[in-house]
Design a protein around this ligand. Structure first.
Ligand code: SF4
Ligand code: ZN
Ligand code: ZN
Length: 301
């Protein structure tokens, strides 16, 4: 039987890549310290910032909100209802219940009211659901945070998510996207700051924290997640990690430390304010306004 390295009680968690065995209480403490350390070492935000957590209802976003609450940060939540049938209804319900549990304010917006639900937009576009969904989530997170006066948006992306994105970008050598992959996306040019305090925490660690903290999160995957290439990349990374613990952490953190600084120096993206809504875009009209125009044209014809 393994013993907790802190108190010698029976360990419930073994983290081979950190050479750690911990009991429940010390695991929760380790997790929250790691979140705090990540916030500080990347200078994600300070006491003066008004902070908004983008909460989907899943383990990562509710987990990061819970950890911030335990650490004493005042952070409100933003839930975007995507209109994906029962999955979205359950996600909103669980997010509302969680906000009530920790006594923090939750803003809820519905894509159906702002533009249209994901199933409708998926049919309209010749793109996978996740691609249009990602665009809309980024747009409304930024737009809502600015409108409500928040200076920082927190997302629950974990180390496995970051590794999957990095692997996808490496496989196609997408240097522009690689240059933008960082735990902090600075404010400016119409964007509020976006930060990822779970970027050094694996999906398993995050799930365990949610479980040990009695967080009632949505366990079902979104119906559109099936077939997304990020799932294949995660499986590949998981099998390498199994044989060689610590690979994920090394892959991501060494990229951040050694490779990204070289790429950033070469980056030069010009942004304009969208002619219709004023949000930042590389073109003349942003992709969300173009989607709205397409929907309008479809209704007329
Ligand atoms: Fe959106 Fe795709 Fe995630 Fe579903 S799996 S919530 S469609 S990004
Ligand atoms: Zn212990
Ligand atoms: Zn626009």
């Amino acid at each position: 039987m393994k013993k907790c390295v802190k108190c010698s009680q029976k360990a419930v968690v073994h983290l081979p890549h950190h050479r750690l065995a911990l009991c429940k209480e010390h695991y929760v403490e380790w997790f929250e310290n790691r979140v705090e350390k990540t916030i500080r070492s990347f200078r994600m935000f300070s006491e003066e910032d008004r902070v908004l957590v983008a909460v989907s209802g899943g383990k990562d976003s509710l987990g990061v909100w819970h950890a911030l609450w335990k650490l004493g940060y005042i952070a409100d939540g933003l839930h975007i209802n995507l209109g994906i049938g029962d999955y979205s209804e359950l996600s909103e319900r669980k997010t509302r219940a969680f906000a009530e549990r920790i006594g923090r304010e939750l803003h809820v917006i519905s894509l159906r009211e702002h533009i249209a639900d994901i199933p409708t937009l998926k049919d309209l576009q010749d793109r996978p659901a996740c691609s249009v969904c990602g665009t809309l989530k980024r747009y409304y997170m930024n737009h809502t945070a600015k409108k409500l006066g928040y200076s920082v948006v927190i997302t629950g992306h974990n180390l496995d998510d970051e590794c999957a994105v990095l692997m996808g970008n490496v496989l196609s050598w997408n240097l522009d996207y690689m240059a933008r992959q960082y735990p902090v996306l600075e404010e400016g040019k119409g964007f509020v700051r976006k930060v990822k305090p779970l970027c050094l925490i694996t999906e398993k660690e995050s799930a365990l924290y949610a479980f040990l903290s009695n967080i009632d999160f949505v366990e079902d995957e979104c119906p559109y997640a099936l077939g997304a290439s990020s799932i294949d990349y995660k499986l590949v990374m998981a099998s390498i990690e199994e044989k060689s613990p610590g690979t994920k952490l090394r892959f991501y953190s060494e990229f951040i430390r050694k490779v990204r600084p070289m790429l950033v120096a070469k980056q030069d993206v010009k942004l304009n304010a969208c002619r219709v809504c004023g949000e930042p875009t590389t073109g003349d009209v942003c992709s969300v306004c173009r989607l709205k125009m397409k929907l309008q044209a479809q209704k007329v014809s």
